[in-house]
Design a protein around this ligand. Structure first.
Ligand code: 5GP
Ligand code: ZN
Length: 113
């Protein structure tokens, strides 16, 4: 998608601080971190949100595999962390390209707002 912010990051047209990469997924630091570790993990292909994924699509497997690399590299695997996927308007998704927020490095609170 030519006008998608995260597709532009995948294409290298907008700079991002990369954390990790696989064949199908990319991880980079969030520009407005909400925790000491705040990484976004995205599919390299454009997928708007979870609603777009069909049963045969391996995209979530690809994302989770890269999440596991990220939490190991960032040193938050054992202490724990939070994964957040905002979907649509009520979910307060602001960038319409599927992403998993990886938040860690501090104790989270619950419930979320
Ligand atoms: P959402 O609100 O859609 O769940 O999350 C979008 C996230 O993308 C936000 O946490 C926001 O800070 C982050 N973000 C927005 N624009 C950019 C950008 O240009 N670069 C990076 N690295 N993160 C961005
Ligand atoms: Zn996109």
């Amino acid at each position: 998608m030519s006008d998608c912010l995260f597709c532009k990051i995948v294409a290298g047209e907008i700079p991002a601080k990369l954390v990790a990469e696989s064949d199908a997924a990319l991880a980079f630091y969030d520009i407005a971190p909400q925790a000491p570790v705040h990484v976004l993990v995205i599919p390299k292909v454009h997928v708007t949100d979870i609603n777009e994924i069909d049963g045969d699509h391996p995209v979530m497997d690809d994302l989770i595999a890269l999440v596991q690399s990220v939490v190991t590299e960032e040193g938050i695997k054992d202490a724990g962390y939070r994964l957040v996927v905002n979907v649509g308007v009520d979910g307060q998704q602001t960038v319409p390209h599927l992403h998993i927020h990886v938040l860690g490095g501090r104790r989270m609170t619950w419930p979320p707002g």
